[in-house]
Design a protein around this ligand. Structure first.
Ligand code: HEM
Ligand code: CA
Ligand code: CA
Length: 325
């Protein structure tokens, strides 16, 4: 029920306005493209693509349990100020029209494209939700410490498939950064063996042991893609073939014996066009997860807060007495 021309009459410049803000941010922060697509992913996996990840906690309001404090997002998810700038620009051009959920979907496509990846036509018309669910984020978002079986389960759980969608979308780790704390379990005593992860390339292992010593600072950053850290290309997959995946969850796709994901990695590694085409298809599938459309939800005027003037909301500060409806 989403459609690419959703804003054609109501906000014809929506896409250009978002692109202008993105380009401006990209000029001073080449990582922003990676950070923004990750926000869309973390949004869609929790109650669908409804902008829930963008909501801040509100004092005395327990209906918002900000997902920003979930394990996967806390001190990790970034780019919120850029989304705010996009929203502000859109509200001044066409107030109350473009949802925060759609901003994330549009900015994701533009981010991939700006970084050298494919473009695709983004279906639009998502509505913003009025809740956030931190514990559901903890339940639904995959972790970098999971085995292939568990990763597959998290994808199936939200309605994506556990082979092509999983492998293609993991290819987003072709750009962006990760902190030591998310891969250091591989470096010294993997799974209690007393040895590093055997599926980690020895040269990369030595570099990472230097960067992330035991007892060191877990928030030190390194590139997810060893060979082309900022370019959106298929090097992620050739890295996996050389045991140069940074996260355990990356390397699992290629190093789990007999897995159906291995031939997909091999195909994407040898055929960038196949990867780009699959990536676009899977991004659209992810962007379609459990949508609010029509009159469900709302169009937030500030991506960090639900709208106050909704008649279905009873203010908690007046004890639930609403006199002015
Ligand atoms: C398959 C399971 C996945 C796991 C376990 C996973 C895990 C992670 C982790 C641990 C980080 C580093 C965060 C940090 O150090 O603060 C990261 C970064 C990132 N992830 Fe994933 N991810 C997965 C799938 C995806 C998908 C499906 C996408 C997008 C379609 C994606 C896009 C990104 C990007 C672009 C970054 C870099 C962000 C930045 O530099 O700000 N990831 N991921
Ligand atoms: Ca969501
Ligand atoms: Ca790359």
């Amino acid at each position: 029920q989403l459609t690419p021309d959703f804003y054609n009459t109501t906000c014809p410049n929506a896409s250009n306005i978002i692109l202008g803000v993105l380009q401006n941010a990209f000029n001073s922060d080449i990582r922003i493209t990676a950070s923004l697509i990750r926000l869309h992913f973390h949004d869609c996996f929790v109650n669908g693509c409804d902008g829930s990840i963008l909501l801040d906690n509100v004092a005395n309001d327990t209906s918002i349990d900000s997902e920003k404090f979930s394990m996967a997002n806390n001190n990790s998810a970034r780019g919120f100020e850029v989304v705010d700038a996009m929203k502000t620009a859109l509200e001044s051009a066409c107030p109350g029209i473009v949802s925060c959920a759609d901003i994330l979907a549009i900015a994701s496509e533009q981010s991939v494209n700006l970084s050298g990846g494919p473009s695709w036509t983004v279906p639009l018309g998502r509505r913003d939700g009025r809740t956030a669910n931190r514990s559901l984020a903890d339940q639904n978002l995959p972790t970098p410490f999971q085995t292939l079986d568990l990763l597959k389960g998290r994808f199936r759980n939200v309605g994506l498939n556990d082979n092509t969608d999983l492998v293609a979308l993991s290819g987003a780790h072709t750009f962006g950064r990760a902190q030591c704390q998310f891969f250091s379990q591989r470096l010294f005593n993997f799974n209690g063996t007393g040895n590093p992860d055997p599926t980690l390339n020895a040269t990369l292992l030595a570099q990472l042991q230097q960067l992330c010593p035991q007892g060191g600072n877990g928030s030190v950053l390194t590139n997810l893609d060893l060979s082309t850290p900022d370019g959106f290309d298929n090097d992620y997959f050739s890295n996996l073939q050389a045991n140069n995946g940074l996260l355990q969850s990356d390397q699992e796709l290629f190093s789990t014996s007999g897995a159906d994901t291995i031939p997909i990695v091999n195909n994407f590694s040898s055929n960038e066009t196949a990867f780009f085409e699959s990536f676009a298809v899977s991004m659209i599938r992810m962007g379609n997860l459990s949508l609010l459309t029509g009159t469900q939800g709302e169009i937030r005027s500030n991506c960090r807060r639900v709208n106050a003037n909704n008649l279905s909301t009873i203010s908690s500060s007046d004890g639930g007495l609403v006199s002015s409806i």
